[in-house]
Design a protein around this ligand. Structure first.
Ligand SMILES: Nc1ncnc2c1ncn2[C@@H]1O[C@H](COP(=O)(O)OP(=O)(O)OP(=O)(O)O)[C@@H](O)[C@H]1O
Length: 239
């Protein structure tokens, strides 16, 4: 079953102070089956994050369609969905993880994960239990559970980000360069996490600079330069 169909997608930005528009991406076409992992590769500035942010609708797409198979709304075009529908989808169905942690200040890591669960309607006691399970699962040191994450290391922030997103069991998870600035060991940890998510049937779209990191992980790769999907072997061969 197709989870996501991106058809002739394009996005331009208005640069107000120059009174100009700039085409960030155009004519992007790919589709993702349920449970697949698609990697997006391409040089810096080619529009990889723009695609992910448009799927999550942090950016409003302006051309084409992004058809998503929602559990709640059925097949829905994320370019046309209402803000209300998007709020629902972000809360229950679509997760987004980047290397940056953008959270409420003066909230502990434990509270942040609990909040994600409470938002979904879980009771306080379930949220407490499930939040602890997630923090243990993603190996956040218990010393850090009741502290504010603004001082966390890059890897700690990332693991908290992943815990907050995955505790909701999203059907579609968007990974925006989550391993950037991580050391090799932390990257391997992230790889293990992704493998587990895949094994649980989560559909994933990810951007990684490190092509080696993606080897054997992605089912397909969308190459921004070629403007098409490649089998994973094709990417490795192209280097
Ligand atoms: N909010 C924005 N306003 C204006 N221009 C933007 C905005 N976001 C992205 N761009 C521009 O769109 C183009 C694509 O950016 P994007 O971040 O999607 O590239 P990328 O492939 O993810 O790059 P990188 O690998 O360096 O992260 C760039 O030229 C960027 O400057």
């Amino acid at each position: 079953m197709t989870m996501l169909d991106v058809n002739d997608f394009g996005k331009r930005f208005t640069i107000h102070h120059l009174n100009k528009t700039m085409q960030a991406v155009e004519q992007v076409n790919f589709s993702i089956e349920k449970g697949e992992f698609i990697g997006i590769v391409g040089k810096s500035g080619s529009g990889k994050s723009t695609i992910l942010k448009s799927i999550y609708r942090s950016y409003l797409p302006d051309a084409g369609e992004i058809m998503y198979d929602s559990a709640r709304f059925g097949r829905i075009d994320l370019c046309q969905a209402t803000e209300r529908q998007m709020l629902y989808l972000r809360k229950y169905e679509i997760g987004y993880v980047s290397q940056f942690l953008n959270v409420m200040p003066r909230t502990t890591s434990r509270q942040l994960v609990e909040k994600a669960l409470l938002e979904m309607g879980e009771t306080e006691s379930v949220a407490q239990i499930e939040a602890e399970k997630a923090l243990i699962h993603f190996e956040l040191d218990p010393k850090l559970w009741d502290t504010y994450p603004n001082t966390f290391s890059g890897g700690e922030k990332l693991r908290l980000n992943i815990a907050m997103a995955t505790v909701k069991k999203p059907r579609l998870l968007l990974l925006d360069e989550p391993t950037a600035s991580l050391d090799q060991q932390s990257k391997l940890k992230v790889r293990e996490i992704i493998e587990k998510l895949k094994a649980n049937g989560t559909t994933l779209v990810g951007i990684f600079h490190d092509i080696e990191f993606m080897e054997g992980l992605c089912d397909k790769v969308y190459d921004m330069r070629a403007g098409k999907l490649l089998a994973e072997a094709g990417v490795t061969n192209e280097g």
